[in-house]
Each structure stands twice: as C-alpha cells, then as structure tokens.
Design a protein around this ligand. Structure first.
Ligand SMILES: C[S@@+](CC[C@H](N)C(=O)[O-])C[C@H]1O[C@@H](n2cnc3c(N)ncnc32)[C@H](O)[C@@H]1O
Length: 242
C-alpha cells in the first residue's frame, strides 16, 4: 500500500472531533436530530476512547493510522442496523471497535473483518522505515479492540484477494462495507465489485484514503446510478445504493 502519512494519523483525534452529521444524513436519509443523537452516543463514550488510546500508548506509540471518523461509522451502524458489516483493513482496530460497539448497542448484527497485517520491522517504530499501520512487536490485528467487544467478532487474517470472495459467499446480505486496506484503484475496485452483489438498496459502501484510489469509488458509485459523498475535511467517501 502507499505509505501513510504520519501527519494524517497524528491529527486523527482533532479531525475526529469535528463531526459531520450531514454526511451521515446523506448516506442514511435519516433526519439530522436522529443522526446527531446516534453520533453523540459515540462521542460521549469516553470509556471506549480511553481504552483504545491506552492500548495504543501501551505499545509506545503516540499515533496510529486509523479511520478518522469513527463516530460517523458508529452512527451509520446504529441507524442502518445492518445484519452484517464487512470491513477490509483492521490494523489496530479503531473502525472495528466503533462498529462492534454500535452492533452491541443495536443488540443484533455481526462484524466481519479481514486484515493482512503489516508488521513493524524492528523493536522500535521507525518513521522512515515503518508504515503507521504496522503492528508493534507482539501485537495482532485488532489489538486495540477492548475485550468486552470481541465476542462474536469474525476476524480473518490474510489477503482480501483470497478471503473476501469466500466471506461474501457465506453472507446473505451486507448492509455496510468499508474498504480501508490496499489503497489502489484496482484493489478498491476489486473489493467493491466483490461485495456489491450482496449489498441491498439502501446499503452503504465506504472507502477511506480515496485520494489514492484514482477515482475508484466515484466511478463505482456512478456505475450504480448515484454519487459519492465525502466526509467533510477528509478523503473518506461513501455512497448509498439506490
Ligand atoms: C489503514 S489500516 C486499517 C485501519 C483501520 N480501519 C482502523 O480504523 O483502525 C490498513 C490495514 O489493511 C491491511 N492490508 C493491506 N493490504 C491488504 C490486503 N490486500 N488485504 C487485507 N488487508 C490488507 C494493512 O496491513 C493494514 O493493517
């Protein structure tokens, strides 16, 4: 994958706190007060935020590449109440943790995650050598997800090129899909095309780091007769299937 920028990871919490309920409204069609209420649950959840932050700190890292809009992901899962969410790209597990928290609050639904871990090269993180998504020594994909959210989490390790077609074949329906793995046009298009037949009308397909995707998400949305909406200030995009 292209090198992730440290600055992008380092500003994660400030970007995250400038929430964009309008983006979630466009993707769900739900009224803003409902969207804000769902998002507030996640914003108010200091226990979850602190558990993730202390897991990251315990690995000696003050930054980590992660989805910068976890409250919006949480709200999407709360409002759409999907039976199945599929995400590709776990790393420490920030997006996973917020999806899992939303599903737990829903009282139904499953998260299926795929990750081909990137490992840190040495005992210490090296800015020039290591990707900000690299696993610290002794840690496994999803290591920052609190243990109380892990029950029932379907986490599969390996390349999505192999694992995603198999996973999709096992599911009847995918209500939310997130691409956050190998950020190239070809790979994002492969993942979107793989999951698309199982996403019903009203389901949402998302991709992070779209600036590296050379228009893959926009093109896919247009082929479905719709358009991508972008989270304010970020290259996290998504569309709702017509
Ligand atoms: C940006 S990180 C995911 C961040 C995560 N969504 C979060 O919010 O914390 C990308 C992850 O995708 C993994 N990855 C890269 N290529 C992949 C592939 N072909 N299949 C599955 N995972 C892949 C990387 O090793 C890394 O763990």
């Amino acid at each position: 994958m292209p090198p992730l920028r440290t600055s992008q990871a380092a500003t994660a919490s400030t970007d995250r706190d400038r929430v964009d309920p309008g983006w979630v409204r466009k993707l769900t069609g739900r009224p803003l007060p409902e969207v804000r209420a769902a998002m507030k649950e996640a914003q108010d959840d200091r226990v979850l935020a602190e558990a993730i932050a202390s897991a990251h700190a315990s690995a000696g890292r003050d930054f980590y590449a992660q989805v910068r809009a976890p409250f919006e992901l949480y709200a999407l899962a709360r409002l759409l109440r999907p039976a199945h969410i599929v995400e590709v790209g776990v790393s420490s597990g920030v997006s996973s943790a917020y999806f899992l928290k939303a599903l737990s609050k829903n009282g139904e639904g499953h998260l299926h995650s795929i990750d081909l871990p990137t490992k840190q090269k040495g005992p210490r993180f090296s800015e020039g050598e290591d990707s900000p998504v690299a696993l610290p020594p002794g840690r496994a994909s999803g290591w920052a997800v609190p243990s109380d959210l892990r029950g029932g989490w379907d986490l599969r390790l390996g390349p999505s090129q192999e694992l995603l077609p198999k996973l999709v074949g096992e599911l009847d329906e995918v209500g939310i899909f997130l691409h956050d793995s190998l950020h190239t046009f070809a790979h994002a298009t492969f993942e979107l095309a793989c999951v698309d037949p199982k996403v019903p009308a009203g389901g949402v397909l998302l991709a992070d780091n779209t600036e590296w995707l050379e228009g893959a998400l926009d093109r896919f949305a247009e082929a479905k007769g719709t358009r991508t909406y972008y989270r304010r200030g970020m290259d996290l995009g998504g569309f709702r299937k017509p």
